[in-house]
Design a protein around this ligand. Structure first.
Ligand SMILES: *[C@@H]1O[C@H](CO)[C@@H](O)[C@H](O)[C@H]1NC(C)=O
Ligand SMILES: *[C@@H]1O[C@H](CO)[C@@H](O)[C@H](O)[C@H]1NC(C)=O
Ligand SMILES: *[C@@H]1O[C@H](CO)[C@@H](O)[C@H](O)[C@H]1NC(C)=O
Ligand SMILES: *[C@@H]1O[C@H](CO)[C@@H](O)[C@H](O)[C@H]1NC(C)=O
Ligand SMILES: *[C@@H]1O[C@H](CO)[C@@H](O)[C@H](O)[C@H]1NC(C)=O
Ligand SMILES: *[C@@H]1O[C@H](CO)[C@@H](O)[C@H](O)[C@H]1NC(C)=O
Ligand SMILES: *[C@@H]1O[C@H](CO)[C@@H](O)[C@H](O)[C@H]1NC(C)=O
Ligand SMILES: *[C@@H]1O[C@H](CO)[C@@H](O)[C@H](O)[C@H]1NC(C)=O
Length: 610
């Protein structure tokens, strides 16, 4: 810990004041009402953290228990795992620092700042003259690629257990629910409040294989939404889940699979320490597990990169002039609490941007085109503005080389457009698009995946079909059937007037947002598509929902999205309840949901005081 003015001030407080400040997390949490009070609260939290990780975590668990949340084991689960990381953070930073502000933003939504810290990613200038763009050969037969994401298999899924519980995820035999009468029985192939049962995953993998793709991109999140008790290091549970699913994909899918790391592929979720942090806290075990598990598809060079580049790798698609760069986006993720353990500005954690730039330069030199894939889309509010901006610098430099970008995480069927000039977001300035794949897990709508028709010369997407299975269909629990939900060229291409030979270019997607802005019916179609027709959340011009949603489609940088987060529990809760509708980006995928838990604690504490 560094002794700055504020920590010195704490030391000068009387010992009884100190003991009180140290032991009473309830009072600390109640005191946090804005950015300034959040920064002030870091000081007593530092005092508590100096007493040890256990004291710190116990303090949070006690405050959480005192707030009487609906589901009490959330308290020990959340703070038992994240408490030690948080204690390490506050011990390592100054209370008055940019890092402290970023931490307040991650935990409470206070001190949110849309302005990134200035940093220029070192990039080689383009060679002159630039290599001519690859021209499509007319009527060349496209090839098929399947994109899958957010599988969320729950190995604890139990048919017949409670499907309508009060916890994050139902359909499990929770010990504290034993003996209670069951309101709704968990079905064999899944329920809306539950993660994916193994049988649904099998059915899904068979459906993916039936499209006979040349390869599959898998933008991840294997493990179900559960907080795993135990030490925040290697967990047998996570390792086994990862290994099991690798084996299942290998046995069910004939094609090569290119996976990416997700925020759930760690224990606790979201927690990927930077390599500048004490090595004892590293997550090398998860990179080692996947390096071995993916080698069959990636070959040895790329699987060594997985091991040594914190989960990122680059690989050439066989017999194609295409490089696939898979990036571990979790080092740019706001909810990764390990990112707040240093006052030192670290623009490129673990060198992932440097790795991307090297690979892109190599591709440019060879005249290869590139697809980038990762778990968390860069324009969402849960990507830190800094790193989102730095990624965008790389994209601008290599915009002619990067011809596809693919993500997951939001669980929704969405897209995000990048522009050369964000002050002038028009079709002519659209330089890239991030395609977001919907989830398999039935918690956020009907299970789905995307099938792309890809031009073999330009590697642009010529068409896209969304394949789904209808959880509400009477036959679903006997045997899920997978069919085309909609065809992008047929539905959106027609609305935009896309010529038959044109690809689904960034300009096309921009023009589609113009249609959504002008045509409410078309926008409502999109709003239904988001969740594949299941669990549709209303979104119209009330609360500017349509406007904000369109704004988010035009934001590849998180600094430009319309998620104006003023922070605070009331705002947070209001945003959350309205959020799924008003801002299509409310993260459903916040693994440990610490921010939501803190907001609920604060809200309950305040309600009880009144
Ligand atoms: C912490 O503060 C709250 C509110 O002031 C009080 O009700 C509670 O008894 C205190 N707990 C401890 C352990 O001091
Ligand atoms: C989940 O399964 C594991 C191992 O089978 C078991 O230890 C654990 O208690 C189960 N948890 C629930 C909630 O069913
Ligand atoms: C699920 O539980 C909620 C309250 O917890 C209740 O209002 C609802 O009717 C239940 N649904 C079913 C299908 O039992
Ligand atoms: C962290 O990883 C990057 C990329 O591999 C490397 O350049 C850097 O030296 C590493 N830093 C430490 C402290 O290990
Ligand atoms: C799913 O099935 C239900 C029940 O048959 C039906 O009402 C609904 O329209 C279907 N949804 C879609 C998107 O096809
Ligand atoms: C997008 O709209 C602009 C302006 O109307 C038009 O010039 C352009 O051809 C359109 N592009 C696509 C791909 O539809
Ligand atoms: C608006 O969109 C709907 C489809 O959602 C389409 O049927 C209708 O023709 C569009 N209206 C106009 C004026 O383009
Ligand atoms: C949507 O935003 C635009 C500016 O981007 C504004 O002109 C328009 O009035 C807004 N529409 C609504 C319904 O608020």
């Amino acid at each position: 810990m560094r002794f700055n003015f504020w920590s010195l001030a704490t030391l000068l407080l009387s010992s009884s004041q100190r003991a009180n400040a140290r032991s009473n997390v309830t009072e600390v949490l109640e005191s946090i009402v804005d950015c300034a009070t959040c920064l002030l609260a870091i000081v007593p939290l530092q005092g508590l953290a100096l007493l040890g990780d256990d004291v710190f975590s116990d303090g949070f668990v006690a405050a959480c228990d005192a707030a009487k949340l609906q589901d009490p084991d959330v308290c020990s689960g959340t703070f038992g795992l994240l408490g030690p990381i948080l204690a390490h953070d506050v011990r390592s930073i100054d209370a008055v620092s940019t890092t402290a502000e970023r931490l307040c933003d991650a935990l409470f939504g206070f001190c949110a700042n849309k302005t990134p810290q200035p940093f220029t990613v070192p990039l080689q200038p383009p060679s002159s003259p630039p290599s001519p763009p690859v021209a499509p050969t007319p009527r060349n037969r496209p090839f098929t690629v399947v994109h899958i994401s957010d599988v969320h298999i729950d190995r604890n899924y139990t048919v017949g257990s409670e499907a309508n519980c009060t916890k994050n995820i139902c359909c499990r035999n929770y010990p504290d629910e034993a003996g209670k009468p069951i309101l709704e029985h968990a079905q064999p192939f899944g329920n809306h409040q539950c993660d994916t049962p193994a049988d649904l995953a099998d059915s899904f993998l068979e459906a993916v294989n039936s499209f006979n793709p040349e390869f599959v991109i898998f933008t991840d999140a294997h493990v179900s939404l559960k907080v795993i008790p135990g030490k925040p290091h290697k967990s047998k549970g996570v390792t086994t889940d990862l290994e099991d699913f690798n084996a299942e994909m290998l046995s069910k899918i004939t094609a090569t699979i290119y996976p990416a790391f997700g925020n759930h592929d760690s224990n606790p979720f979201d927690s990927f320490p930077r390599n500048t942090t004490n090595p004892a806290d590293n997550v090398q075990w998860v990179f080692d597990t996947q390096s071995a598990g993916w080698e069959h598809w990636l070959g040895s060079a790329a699987s060594q990169q997985v091991k040594h580049m914190s989960g990122s790798y680059a690989v050439s698609a066989p017999d194609r002039n295409l490089m696939i760069i898979s990036v571990n986006t979790q080092f740019w993720y706001r909810q990764n609490l390990w990112l707040y353990d240093s006052n030192t500005f670290q623009p490129d954690p673990n060198g992932i941007f440097a790795f991307m730039a090297d690979q892109l330069q190599a591709a440019e030199d060879k005249g290869q085109l590139v697809w980038i894939m990762g778990h968390i889309p860069l324009g969402k509010p849960d990507t830190i503005e800094d790193q989102s901006n730095y990624y965008n610098q790389i994209l601008q430099r290599y915009k002619d080389t990067i011809v596809g970008q693919f993500f997951g995480h939001s669980h929704k069927d969405q897209f995000e457009i990048a522009y050369s000039d964000y002050d002038n977001r028009i079709a002519a300035n659209a330089v890239g698009v991030g395609i977001i794949c919907p989830a398999l897990t039935p918690t956020s709508g009907n299970p789905a995946f995307k099938v792309y028709e890809v031009d073999p010369d330009t590697f642009s997407i010529m068409n896209m079909r969304i394949i789904f299975t209808n959880v509400s269909d009477p036959t679903f629990q006997k045997k899920p059937t997978w069919s085309v939900y909609y065809d992008v060229r047929e539905v959106y291409g027609t609305l935009v007037g896309l010529p038959e030979t044109s690809e689904l270019s960034p300009a096309f997607w921009h023009n589609l947002t113009e249609v959504f802005a002008a045509n409410e019916t078309a926008f409502q179609l999109f709003n239904t598509h988001i969740s594949r027709g299941g669990a549709v959340t209303p979104c119209d011009d009330t609360d500017d929902c349509r406007n904000n949603t369109i704004c988010d489609m035009r934001s590849f940088r998180s600094q430009d999205n319309c998620d104006l987060d003023a922070g605070g529990f009331t705002t947070t809760l209001r945003r959350r309840s309205a959020s799924v509708g008003s801002l299509q980006d409310a993260s459903e995928c916040e693994g440990t949901r610490i921010r939501e838990v803190l907001a609920k604690i604060q809200s309950n504490l305040w309600a009880r005081r009144k």
